[in-house]
Write a protein that binds this ligand. Structure first.
Ligand code: ZN
Length: 145
């Protein structure tokens, strides 16, 4: 068996402090879907920011939210307890932001197409398929989004 190293010691090996924002960037494993840091606490894989919260405040709320906008941040002073309802509200707000961004892009794509930018170029510029560009220009998809 490998010698046991205190989890806190291992934890801080994966922290890089941003001197400007004071965010503690998690430099260990990152979840590709949620962008949260992942930490092996000695028994199981846990979310790094949740581990940090529990380590510094001595308890673990149902949901740990970020006050900063950095999912990989593990600075306990950037974290706050929340409940499932907060989490859902956060997700909806984030979703709205994405939808809004998306619509801005759709409008820009239509505008550029009207000015004669070829579909192949639009597809490249916006990172979507030519088929999707065609659909956007026809207004088939996302009409109700
Ligand atoms: Zn932060």
């Amino acid at each position: 068996m490998r010698p046991r190293i205190d989890p806190a010691t291992r934890f801080f090996r994966h922290v890089a402090v941003d001197l400007q924002t004071h965010c503690w960037h998690w430099t260990g494993a990152i979840n590709k879907l949620t962008f949260h840091g992942e930490f092996w606490d000695g028994e199981k894989r846990v979310k790094a920011h949740r581990w940090s919260f529990q380590h510094h405040f001595g308890y673990l709320p149902e949901v740990v939210r970020h006050k900063c906008d950095l999912a990989r941040c593990v600075n306990p002073t950037h974290l706050e307890p929340g409940d499932q309802a907060d989490n859902v509200a956060d997700c909806i707000a984030r979703d709205r932001k994405h939808t809004k961004l998306f619509w801005k892009q759709v409008l820009r794509i239509r505008e550029e197409a009207e000015h004669g930018v070829p579909r192949a170029k639009l597809a490249l510029d916006y990172g979507v398929s030519e088929k999707q560009i065609t659909r956007i220009l026809r207004g088939d998809s996302w009409r109700t989004a």
